[in-house]
Design a protein around this ligand. Structure first.
Ligand code: CMC
Length: 361
């Protein structure tokens, strides 16, 4: 038995490869740092879908724009009570209204759903009216416009694209595995995506970047970093944004996102103070983690710079997991289709450690 299925190979995939020793992530043959910042999310989704949907057009952007318009119709079911819940829970409730299917139309609607539902939930929670999608815009530009009610700059849209592409797929992570398990029962893509979203929500997976901001805010100034982090570890807390099951060196996505934060800072003229402060906290954390766990290499993971980038885009920490889902959803769908195409029902076994056989009273 392998605790946490560590080291267990449970699928063959053409989608992405995570090399934890070298700190490399390859998506369909491309290094993540080459895709991030150069590719729009629509193109990354097309890359993932290649070979899984025969009717996929070479440019997914127009169909995805129309799918956003279709998804917006579901926003009518959003009431104030739901909008005030945790945004992931509100989004999951809306997503659960969509019909199951295995075709391209369902897949595009599922990519559109988190991108449309999240801005609507955020706006309604503040008492504002949801903004309808503009199908002519890029996916990233439209997400920011629907959230703010005002257009984003090209640099901001490019920064969100860089994020969505960086996180679009990542081997057999917990949420992708959950999606593949559900897909293996032939339940349909919506059910697979709901499973992925539910697994992503937890703080050990996609729920980490919100707490990264809470940590930075609580530390407040570079000189407080060491005592604050030492106290957190002494309490038995985990430092959010650090450590990974597979990477034994730095997560390559951390650097791809740090580069995106720098590009955004250069274009907007803002951020240098916050970035320098975050870098100081990161360095202090790495040093303390080395002292705390000398035998376990713990380095920066994707969530640390996710937090900085999404914060710089004006997105609230409560929405960060939903934004992660906006990117990862195309990976869940591609994996679900891959599982359907060639995989058997996923059905492992357990070791029984309960009471010996006994007679019923
Ligand atoms: N801070 C402090 N200690 C840590 C951390 C951390 N961030 N990460 C691991 N450890 C310790 C852990 O306490 C354990 O110590 P011990 O053996 O004494 O109990 C040891 O390192 C091994 O931990 P583990 O939980 O067995 O390792 P894992 O491979 O299951 O954990 C992880 C991976 C991501 C759950 C963990 O590193 C963690 O909790 N990190 C903080 C949360 C976080 O940043 N999550 C985002 C992950 S990246 C996004 C994604 O790809 O999903």
């Amino acid at each position: 038995m392998s605790d946490g299925l560590e080291g267990v190979i449970a699928a063959r995939t053409v989608l992405s490869d995570v090399d934890g020793a070298k700190g490399r992530l390859v998506i369909r043959g491309y290094a993540v740092e080459d895709l991030s910042g150069r590719t729009r999310y629509e193109e990354a989704a097309h890359l993932l879908f290649d070979g899984f949907f025969e009717d996929a057009p070479s440019d997914l952007a127009p169909a995805l724009g129309q799918a956003r318009v279709q998804a917006f119709r579901e926003v009518a079911a959003l009431d104030e009570g739901l909008a005030r819940r945790d945004p992931v829970e509100a989004m999951r409730a809306l997503l659960a209204r969509l019909l199951d299917g295995d075709d391209l139309a369902t897949a595009l609607l599922l990519i559109a759903a988190p991108a449309v539902f999240t801005p609507a939930v955020l706006r309604m929670a503040k008492g504002e009216t949801p903004v309808a999608p503009d199908p002519a815009l890029s996916h990233a530009a439209d997400i920011l416009r629907m959230t703010r009610g005002a257009p984003a700059t090209n640099a901001e849209a490019a920064a969100l694209d860089a994020y969505l592409v960086t996180v679009c797929d990542h081997g057999l992570n917990a949420s992708t595995f959950a999606a593949r398990v559900v897909a293996s029962t032939r339940a349909g893509l919506t059910s697979a995506v709901l499973a992925g979203l539910s697994a992503l929500k937890g703080p050990l997976h996609g729920g980490a970047p919100g707490p990264v901001i809470e940590m930075l805010d609580a530390i407040g100034a570079p000189e407080n970093a060491r005592p604050w982090l030492e106290k957190a570890l002494a309490r038995g807390d985990r430092l959010m944004g650090f450590g990974h099951r597979i990477y034994r060196v730095r997560d390559p996505r951390a650097d791809a996102l740090k580069a995106a934060v720098r590009r955004l800072a250069a274009a907007s003229g803002g951020l240098p103070g916050r970035l320098a402060f975050a870098e100081a906290v990161e360095q202090a954390a790495l040093q303390i983690l080395r002292e705390h766990k000398p035998d376990r290499p713990l380095d920066t993971n994707v969530e640390f710079y996710t937090a900085l980038l999404l914060e710089a885009l004006g997105l609230p920490p409560s929405s960060f997991t939903c934004v992660f889902a906006m990117g990862r959803v195309s990976g869940w769908i591609a994996h679900a289709r891959e599982q359907l195409a060639g995989g058997r029902l996923i059905r492992p076994q357990s070791v029984y450690v309960g009471p010996e056989a006994r007679a019923a009273a």
